[in-house]
Design a binder for this molecule. Structure first.
Ligand code: PEP
Length: 247
């Protein structure tokens, strides 16, 4: 389960909430990743040291260093103890113009520096209405993993996040999400092999809330959730409890 805090919280709020999660999620026996804004990562890395919670960044650049004003490289994230990085989130793609080629370069750069990418894919409302969902997702997956070995892909997590479901309160129906998750798994089986497609984690993301999470989590090919809005408060703890009860 990963929580994408997006551009939210002050430093004090971030530290307070991280401490609360350490307490409330102390017993969970599955991977929980918090993805706060860059500026809070160092402080939270200290706070979360020795706990069962991991940290992820929400983005990175694909060069190691240099004249790239405002960017953060994977090696910088690694240096402060960050394990994961979200790459290709729909807000990065649609607001900041990130292309599939950039997503591919970022994944490669992150892997080269020992980070684990959480790779986001998903179709827009218009694309779904035109029947292009599988075509769009296939193209995003193929381009994201272009040139990557099986071992490299195994270090990544995939998040299927239909753009029309992100931050809209309109969650994908469990069968709709399951269809795409199964499609992605099958595609990876074709591109790599059966072992990879069984081992890789595919998270669903898009308006997850405590009242819709269980229905998604029981689907055969949904391995967890990438949570936006509901990762900012106690709903995140409720979501974790739902997962705990299922294990
Ligand atoms: C996200 O930002 O990845 C996300 C899924 O957001 P939300 O849960 O708010 O739809």
């Amino acid at each position: 389960m990963a929580g994408n805090w997006k551009m939210n919280k002050t430093s004090e709020q971030a530290k307070f909430f991280a401490n609360k999660l350490i307490h409330d999620l102390a017993g969970v026996n599955f991977k929980v990743i918090l993805c706060p804004p860059f500026v809070f990562l160092s402080d939270l890395a200290e706070i979360l040291k020795g706990t069962n919670l991991s940290l992820g960044a929400q983005n990175c650049y694909y060069e190691r260093s240099g004249a790239f004003t405002g960017e953060i490289s994977p090696i910088m994230l690694k240096d402060i103890g960050i394990e994961y990085v979200i790459i290709g989130h729909s807000e990065r793609r649609h607001i900041f113009g990130e292309t599939d080629e950039m997503v591919n370069k970022k994944i490669k750069a992150a892997l080269d520096d020992g980070m684990k990418p959480i790779v986001c894919v998903g179709e827009t409302k218009e694309e779904r209405e035109k029947g292009l969902t599988f075509c769009v997702v296939e193209s995003q997956i193929r381009q994201a993993f272009f040139g990557l070995s099986k071992d490299e892909v195994l270090k990544t997590v995939i998040a299927y996040e239909p753009v029309w479901a992100i931050g809209t309160g309109i969650v994908a129906k469990p069968y709709q999400a399951q269809q795409v998750h199964k499609f992605i798994r099958t595609l990876l089986g074709e591109l790599y092999d059966a072992e990879l497609c069984q081992k890789i984690s595919i998270l669903y993301g898009g308006s997850i809330k405590p009242d819709n999470f269980f229905g998604l989590m029981v689907q055969a090919d949904i391995d967890g959730g990438l949570v936006g809005g509901a990762s900012l408060d106690d709903q995140f703890v409720e979501l974790a409890k739902i997962v705990s009860r299922m294990l």
